[in-house]
Design a protein around this ligand. Structure first.
Ligand code: ZN
Length: 253
């Protein structure tokens, strides 16, 4: 019976049903994921929800009173890691469509669409502060449903990475090519980096034919997070492990 609580589930080593790992932000339908406040993978408790947008429909509640049916609500979830609250604006879904669109039927559930505090980006001391600050702004813009602004800031994050690696002059396309040829930008990342540059350009210039979708901006964000992990976080972790291993094997004097 608990299976119905997990929208996305998998089978554990003993055949038990367990919720799938959720890399997105939590809502009342998926009470796990990345905490927008402490940026840790955590689980959450719901403390309450208040409707903010109402449909024209009414229903009868348990006390027999007529109440308006909401389309959107604000839920507050408390993170079990940092013990702080996160406000989530949620829209009511019917099956796979927002209830407000009156499309199709299915089970009613709530889907998170905005989070406060605005979710930032990577949070690691190994990432230079100027890069982290720029990427945080990209993530906040994307979380606030501003994909064009987010794409421009994602492109700017790439410029900051190129500058940190010594490429400060000329168009970004040439700086990325120089980083790739020096082996400073792995070839698997270089095609994606071109994509960030192109989508960032689309975000910066008005064009009737070409625009940046939320999905595009989210993909850029995820790519840059991977790139920062590869260029700064993993090497720093490896260096720490190596230093610890050397300390452990050095014989005492
Ligand atoms: Zn937290």
């Amino acid at each position: 019976m608990f299976g119905r609580f997990f929208r996305s589930k998998e089978t554990g080593a003993r055949g038990e049903t367990i919720p799938s790992r959720h890399d997105g932000f939590p809502d009342t339908s998926t009470l796990s994921g990345a905490c927008p406040r402490c940026k840790t993978q955590s689980s959450f408790e719901t403390t309450g929800a208040i409707p903010v947008t109402f449909s024209d429909m009414t229903t009868v509640d348990r006390s027999g009173s007529m109440v308006r049916v909401p389309y959107d609500r604000v839920a507050v979830l408390v993170c079990r890691h940092c013990h702080q609250g996160v406000a989530v604006i949620e829209e009511q879904m019917t099956g796979e469509h927002p209830s407000a669109s009156s499309k199709g039927g299915g089970q009613l559930w709530w889907r998170g669409v905005h989070w406060w505090p605005f979710p930032g980006g990577a949070n690691d001391p190994a990432i230079p502060p100027k890069i982290q600050d720029t990427f945080d702004e990209a993530c906040r813009a994307i979380a606030a449903n501003c994909p064009r602004a987010g794409a421009v800031m994602a492109r700017r994050t790439l410029e900051a990475i190129a500058a940190d690696r010594g490429e400060t002059d000329g168009p970004l396309v040439k700086r990325l090519a120089a980083l790739t040829s020096q082996g400073l930008l792995p070839s698997t990342f270089s095609d994606w980096a071109k994509e960030v540059r192109l989508v960032g350009n689309v975000g910066a210039h008005f064009d009737l034919e070409d625009d940046v979708s939320s999905k595009d901006a989210e993909q850029l964000r995820d790519f840059i997070a991977e790139l920062l992990n590869h260029l700064y976080v993993l090497p720093s972790k490896l260096a720490t492990r190596r230093a610890n291993a050397n300390r452990a094997t050095t014989p005492p004097r």
